[in-house]
Unconditional design. Structure first.
Lengths: 301, 484, 327
């Protein structure tokens, strides 16, 4: 649309010079219409699987096995719920366990990652560069094998059936640190910190009271990612939590699937639907930071 | 790697507790809107709950218990049986604590292996293994953990004879020293399960004996089967749903397993499966479905591209797979009541669960009591009688073929679903045809590569030689055996 | 431009203090597994429950085996192909959407809704996504086949997942579909992090939306773009669950076998060849590291580099001057 036209513009000119020469008067009407079309198509693509999931939660296993995809709800919702709750485990417990793990690990991830990024961006210390390189290197290690060694380690220190090994490692989240650093560099001005120092603010206080609010959009973004990842995490909890009262929601859903002769698809989908709900809530709560752009209250003075 | 971790453990614990508290504090003041409170309770409760948990259910049975038996399973089938055992044996002196980990996503085996290897109080005393990986625990890498049934106080040889346990099941459960270490409660010998209405339409009879003859039941050859397939095709029917249905029979009929003397070996009968599969596909004898996919299930209801005559499978396939997918719940609805069972051309078995006891367990006698009740008791108060007659959870439950031939002879295997036929008439002999000696612990993986290779051949992408070559390459790259 | 001044009071110790939680946690929960991994890559450790191991006479034997293995080569090729075909459309679409949603001129109605919805595919587990797409392309019965046959485009059902390029295409599409919303959110938060003053200045100068995007947004977004590229590269080259779950065992003729699937197969598909698996992951680590360094180098902040060089130059000159004066 507009792109081609502007290709002609000499890209080497600075923004200001160019904008001074060109007058406004583009017509966003047509492009806006196309944008809406694109957005609607993408939205449909995104909603479809959820629709199928919710519809399937109301269908019987047999119906699903024969036609996995359908948009017509059936009448087995209550039966599926009975199967889900009729097993030897309690979905409410799973829900709470998942909540505890996900909320704690998310808080750990965003708080400590921001702190670590702050250390890298703001302070001049000798090991700063090597430390950052090191974090980058950690990020690149394929995760499969780390998890093997990790769970052997957890077994050795007898922390199985405990939530700590699923929460504490979240403190060291290299990807999140990396993101926070990348975000902090353009948006955090040292002037603010300096003026805080002049006002007599301690370093830790400055971080908590001044830096964290500035980082809100980044924190909200990473909080969503971290929450989703932790909430959907299946493999590690499945290996580390073997007692029924410690099971997380995804473990319970996978148990429904794991029955050798009969997978209770109806209740699996119901379980999946219930599993997705909290993520929705968290997402909606946090998305206002991303969407509204309350971002830069701290910078703009 | 296995250094002296105990010393470090304490330090680690201390540090990690500090960190947890720190995390609680910091997050509390940092951003405590959504979950500050729950984070604190979470960190601590997971610590304190550790030992007080899991007592609600098990203390219900009377009196003081001597200890706890750890049971590991991948479904709640065996735990349900054990509950029944505890219910019918109030004097049993142990509690049972159950760990269920689904086999989906491959989590059960690593967790079980780890638990067996690390030992201690949390180690399983009793564990289950599925046909797909039981060999690993009875004869393969993990066989050293399996306790011989004889050590559990079971007079195993006599009991097997008395209960008439199928030989294939015993063969699979026998370790390299010749001791029985695992047995199942089910019998999974397979038959041919066919539609009566189609049989009448094409052959004018639905008598199992006649149909057996027509498909070459018990003949050990597929010739008659393919002749009949041609006849069925003439009337617009397919004989089976896809080549996967044939595979279990072919696999189990081979003389040798995939590995001979540590080397990959392709048994001529398994190699022949390529031709059989191609023949099925090229002639359109099937709907070309894959097992456990939508279209496969649809054929059970008679709603595929063309109607399908039958499926190869054991009793559980009838009860848990065909019946729920037949499109009805009483005679006259869907294909309910339109089925019958007859001999397959070649004997085979498919699936099953075996029970093992941990060699390092200190409660072997008690574990033995449970295992004997489940796998070898052939009386009317044993598990298998209830399992065969569908009375485990009250009258009218699902009937299944059981390991003990003795139980099946005194049980009633007639099902409305099979038009009143007593399925045990065919499943008892089927168990004797099944072969438990051509398995290896890598079968699950190797079979997948083999089926993939066969598919590239039948679809015409590769020649037979190329497909076999690619198969060998895959095995060489992924499994630690010699490939020539 | 904004930092690295004011060094009068040394705050350096806080750099160390604030890094402690990360370092301690990392040392506890990640370092051990990684060291373990690296070490066993040079040993004969394999087999279930294996505890003891010996270092190989030829320490790189496992590495040689992997590099010679046909499956690994296939996997490497697949991984790059699958990543490229999902990353290119993903980043372009995400950039476009982010620009539109943050643009003050376009005022898209319901953009809050769209932003929320676009991220949704990312919140279902990969297993579910694989299941849904698997049945979508089901053969011989499945919605796509039903549709195409009833529209007369196909005369009989087509076995999509047996077709190598379709299988790869579907995997790439799923990856694209699952992640573009995520990338978009990252970019949006990056754009929102740009100091509004710059935009205001551009507005005053009468810059058009496209100009602002090109000359303000993109340059200021560079660090976030590097982040996206590097994390996507790292994530993409470790692509595992969709290829593993969508088509049984890595697709027709290994068409969707990725290196992570390969590593997983080495370790878990029967033989527990931990040593080879760890060698393979080290190889992947090196490949990813090299590529990441290249990305960093190509997208480095040139003005910053130049600035630093000038600083050095200036310092040198100062010194030289000082010397001269001294002489």
């Amino acid at each position: 649309m507009q792109k081609k036209k502007n290709k002609a513009v000499d890209t080497k000119m600075t923004a200001i010079a160019v904008s001074a020469q060109l007058k406004k008067g583009k017509r966003p009407r047509v492009s806006k219409f196309l944008i809406y079309i694109l957005c609607i198509i993408l939205a449909l693509l995104s909603i479809m699987p959820f629709l199928i999931m919710v519809v399937n939660a109301t269908r019987s296993t047999t119906e699903i096995q024969q036609h996995a995809l359908s948009l017509i709800p059936s009448k087995y919702l209550i039966d599926n719920f009975k199967i889900l709750t009729g097993k030897s485990f309690n979905p409410m417990v799973g829900f709470m366990n998942s909540m505890i793990i996900s909320v704690c690990s998310t808080l750990c991830t965003v708080y400590f990652s921001t702190l670590t990024a702050y250390a890298i961006v703001v302070y001049e210390w000798k090991l700063r560069k090597p430390f950052f390189t090191f974090i980058m290197a950690v990020m690149m290690i394929p995760s499969q094998l780390v998890s093997i060694g990790f769970y052997q380690f957890v077994y050795k220190i007898h922390l199985t059936n405990n939530f700590l090994p699923l929460i504490l490692p979240a403190i060291a989240a290299p990807t999140c640190v990396f993101f926070m650093r990348q975000f902090m560099i353009p948006s955090l001005h040292l002037d603010i910190i300096n003026s805080a120092r002049i006002d007599g603010s301690g370093e830790f206080y400055t971080f908590n009271r001044i830096v964290l609010p500035i980082m809100k959009p980044a924190i909200a973004t990473q909080a969503i990612f971290s929450f989703v990842a932790s909430w959907n995490n299946l493999f590690l909890p499945m290996i580390l939590l073997t007692r029924q009262d410690k099971y997380t929601m995804p473990i319970m859903v996978s148990l429904l699937k794991g029955d050798i002769y009969k997978t209770e698809y109806g209740s699996v989908y119901l379980g999946l639907t219930l599993t997705v709900l909290p993520i929705f809530i968290v997402y909606f709560l946090l998305s206002k930071y991303i969407i509204a752009g309350v971002a830069l209250g701290g910078v703009k003075e | 790697m296995r250094k002296n971790w105990k010393k470090i453990t304490k330090k680690v614990m201390a540090v990690s507790l500090c960190m947890a508290m720190m995390a609680g504090c910091l997050t509390g003041c940092g951003d405590g809107k959504s979950g500050g409170s729950s984070s604190e309770s979470g960190g601590n409760s997971s610590e304190t709950q550790k030992d007080t948990s899991d007592t609600e259910k098990d203390t219900s049975s009377s009196g003081e218990k001597k200890g706890t038996i750890n049971l590991w399973a991948f479904t709640d089938e065996v735990p349900g049986m054990v509950d029944k055992f505890l219910e019918t044996h109030p004097d049993f002196e142990y509690d049972v604590e159950t760990t269920i980990i689904a086999t989906t996503d491959g989590a059960y085996q690593p967790a079980l292996d780890q638990a067996l290897a690390s030992g201690g109080a949390d180690a399983p005393d009793m564990y289950c293994a599925e046909a797909a990986f039981v060999l690993k625990y009875t004869q393969g890498d993990a066989s050293s953990y399996a306790a011989p049934y004889a050590d559990l106080g079971i007079d195993v040889d006599t009991a097997i004879k008395d209960a008439q346990i199928a030989q294939y099941s015993v063969d699979i459960g026998t370790n390299p020293n010749g001791d029985v270490v695992a047995l199942g409660y089910q019998a999974t010998g397979g038959c041919f399960i066919y539609r009566r209405s189609i049989a009448k339409d094409v052959f004018g009879t639905d008598d199992p004996a006649e149909i057996s003859k027509l498909i070459g039941g018990g003949s050990g050859s597929w010739d008659k089967f393919f002749e009949t397939a041609e006849t069925l095709k003439g009337k617009g029917y397919g004989i089976i749903s896809g080549d996967g249905d044939l595979w279990h029979a072919v696999e189990n009929s081979s003389d040798k397993g995939w590995i001979v003397d540590g080397e990959l070996y392709i048994d001529p009968k398994r190699e022949e499966f390529m031709d059989l599969s191609k023949k099925l596909k090229d002639n359109g004898y099937t709907n070309d479905t894959q097992d456990w996919q939508d279209a496969w299930f649809a054929d059970m209801k008679g709603e595929g591209e063309k109607e399908i005559f039958g499926f190869f499978g054991p009793a559980w396939l009838i009860n848990y797979t065909i019946a729920p997918n037949c499109g009805g719940e009483a005679v006259g609805q869907g294909t309910y009541g339109d089925w019958a069972v007859c001999d397959p051309p070649i004997g085979f078995f498919w699936g099953g669960t075996w029970l093992l006891a941990n060699n390092n367990s200190e409660k072997k006698e008690a574990v033995g009591e449970i295992i004997e009740w489940i796998t070898l008791n052939y009386g009317e108060d044993g598990l298998q009688y209830m399992w065969a007659n569908g009375t485990l959870n009250g009258e009218g439950g699902t009937k299944d073929a059981v390991a003990s031939g003795a139980v099946m002879t005194i049980s009633d295997g007639s099902l409305d679903f099979l038009g009143g036929q007593n399925m045990f008439d065919y499943f008892v002999p089927a168990n004797d045809y099944a072969n438990g000696k051509n398995l290896t612990q890598y079968d699950e993986t190797i079979n997948q590569y083999w089926r993939d290779a066969v598919r590239t051949y039948t679809s015409g992408e590769k020649s037979k030689e190329e497909a076999i070559e690619a198969f060998k390459q895959n095995i060489k790259d992924n499994i630690d055996i010699v490939v020539k | 431009m904004k930092k690295r001044r004011n060094k009068k009071i040394s705050y350096a110790k806080y750099g160390y203090i604030f890094s402690i939680p990360f370092v301690v946690t990392f040392a506890l929960f990640t370092l051990y597994p990684i060291i373990y991994t690296i070490i066993i890559g040079f040993t004969d450790l394999k087999g279930l429950g294996a505890v003891s191991f010996n270092f190989l006479d030829d320490p790189f034997q496992n590495y040689k085996t992997i590099l010679e293995s046909q499956s690994f080569k296939t996997a490497l090729g697949n991984t790059f192909r699958l990543w490229l075909w999902n990353f290119l459309p993903q980043i372009l679409l995400a950039l476009f959407l982010a620009a539109i949603f943050t643009s003050k001129r376009h005022k898209i109605k319901g953009q809050g809704f769209f932003k929320v919805v676009f991220y949704m595919p990312n919140i279902i587990t990969a297993a579910t996504v694989a299941l849904l797409f698997g049945s979508l392309f089901g053969y011989p019965m499945g919605p796509i086949n039903d549709l195409l046959v009833s529209l007369g485009i196909l005369d009989k059902p087509y076995f999509f997942m047996q077709d190598k390029s379709v299988a790869r295409g579907v995997v790439s599409f799923i990856q694209f579909w699952m992640w573009y919303g995520n990338t978009m959110i990252i970019l949006i938060s990056g754009i929102l992090g740009i100091n509004p003053d710059i935009y205001e200045a551009a507005d005053i100068d009468g810059a058009s939306g496209w100009q602002k995007f090109l000359y303000v947004t993109l340059p200021n977004l560079r660090t976030i773009l590097v982040y996206t590229l590097v994390t996507s590269l790292i994530g993409g080259l470790q692509m595992f669950d969709i290829p593993q779950l969508l088509v049984a065992k890595s697709g027709p003729d290994n068409a969707t076998l990725t290196t992570s699937c390969f590593i997983y197969n080495q370790a878990f598909s029967g033989s527990y060849m931990y040593n080879r698996a760890s060698a393979a992951s080290m190889i992947m680590f090196v490949i990813i590291a090299i590529l990441s360094v290249i990305v960093f180098y190509l997208l480095r902040d040139r003005s910053e580099v130049a600035e630093r060089k000038q600083m050095k130059k200036a310092k040198k000159e100062m010194k030289q001057k000082a010397k001269k004066v001294g002489v």
